[in-house]
Design a protein. Structure first.
Length: 404
């Protein structure tokens, strides 16, 4: 069913790197199947919203792609998250009660990961600059996958996170402080985190929202944009040095036709070009960001629609084969022995199982397209409960994946 969005509802962003359990966390909270990856291949390539009821409160979980997304660059993820938050917040002159504001951000980190990787550091630093120090309390720092480590190892790694000056300690040393929670992959611990955010009843205006609300401001001018710019400029300098070293090594070993050095140089050049493009994209206007966002959503929706049609065709074919098999089975029962009947029954069972699998796959695609739909005609039904003046632009693409 379509979920009406109301200003009094609770909105919680779920953030973190690919593979830390964002989709699994949302699936637990909503008690609805959400596509979950079991490798480093991302299942969340764009923002989606999933809704559920907690008592009398409507809670909307905003599923976001990780900054190490396997299908999108850091720049594309930063653009989407920044634009979405900006469009939801509205322009500088909008009334406070009409703004879309988050009740919290659940930032997930896998305790099973033994390292504070470069991707983790970059993601965390960008998150801090999206929120601003005045909104540290908005962030619920949550460790996941405690079931994959022994208690001593988990506590040791947690201590490193809490006390490392370049890690979570930055958000815990001064007021307002972030809070820390453990998630054991169970329903009870997931809901305790949701309940904490719901019960404190605080709405936050993120730094990126306030900055982009000012006329003429581009992502380049924001605190998060400056952080990203420093990261990408540093990347370019590092890749250029590595490319230079690879060229020297290639010149020395040219007679050996070293293919590995050729591949390395190609990768360095590609990485330099990607970062240079990312720096240029920081200068995009909000209108240009919107155009890119709309184009991507339309493309993704069309792809999902084709996949749903494919699933429907497979199901239709399986149904016909199953009916044919049952007809033959009835005939075999009259003229053959038990062995032939058993064989037909096995075939029918296999066909029925595959049909169930395809139906589940189609339902999953339909749920995803509901969360990402770009059809503007649904806007009035989707947002009919929102009072006049509420910034609903970023919510139009998402027919809510509701489990109410």
């Amino acid at each position: 069913m379509e979920q009406v969005l109301r200003p009094a509802d609770v909105y919680i962003a779920v953030m973190g790197l690919t593979g830390v359990g964002k989709s699994a966390f949302i699936s637990l909270c909503t008690q609805k199947e959400v596509p979950i990856g079991h490798t480093l291949v991302s299942c969340t390539s764009s923002i989606s919203i999933f809704s559920f009821k907690r008592g009398s409160t409507s809670v909307h979980l905003i599923d976001t792609p990780g900054f190490n997304d396997s299908t999108r660059s850091e720049s594309e993820v930063l653009q989407e998250i920044s634009y979405w938050l900006s469009a939801a917040y509205g322009e500088a002159g909008a009334q406070s009660e009409s703004r879309f504001r988050l009740d919290g951000i659940v930032y997930l980190h896998s305790i099973a990961d033994p390292r504070w990787s470069g991707a983790t550091r970059r993601s965390f630093d960008i998150l801090r600059n999206l929120c601003g120090p005045e909104n540290n309390a908005c962030i619920v720092l949550t460790t996941t996958f405690w079931n994959q480590v022994d208690k001593a190892t988990g506590r040791h790694r947690e201590g490193l996170l809490l006390n490392g000056k370049d890690k979570w300690h930055q958000l815990l040393q001064n007021e307002p402080k972030s809070v820390v929670r453990r998630h054991d992959q169970g329903y009870k611990s997931a809901m305790s985190i949701i309940d904490f955010v719901v019960n404190r009843g605080v709405r936050y205006e993120l730094l990126i929202q306030k900055e982009l609300a000012k006329p003429g401001v581009k992502l380049y001018d924001t605190t998060a944009g400056r952080e990203a710019r420093n990261l990408w400029e540093g990347d370019i300098e590092r890749f250029q040095k590595e490319l230079s070293l690879a060229k020297e090594a290639f010149d020395v070993s040219r007679q050996d036709s070293d293919n590995s050095l050729t591949k390395d140089m190609a990768n360095f050049r590609s990485s330099i070009t990607e970062r240079q493009t990312a720096l240029k994209d920081l200068l995009l206007s909000k209108e240009e960001l919107e155009d890119r966002w709309v184009t991507r959503n339309n493309r993704d929706v069309e792809l999902l629609q084709r996949k749903i049609v494919d699933c429907h065709n497979v199901i239709d074919s399986l149904l016909k084969r199953c009916e044919s098999s049952l007809t033959q089975e009835d005939g075999a029962a009259a003229h053959a022995g038990n062995r032939a009947v058993s064989s037909r029954s096995d075939e029918s069972s296999l066909l029925a199982e595959e049909r169930r699998r395809q139906k589940a796959l189609m339902a999953q695609k339909m749920a995803k397209i509901a969360a990402r739909s770009m059809h503007i005609g649904v806007a009035s039904a989707l947002c009919s409960g929102v009072s006049a003046g509420v910034a609903v632009l970023p919510l139009l693409p998402f027919l809510m994946c509701s489990v109410m």
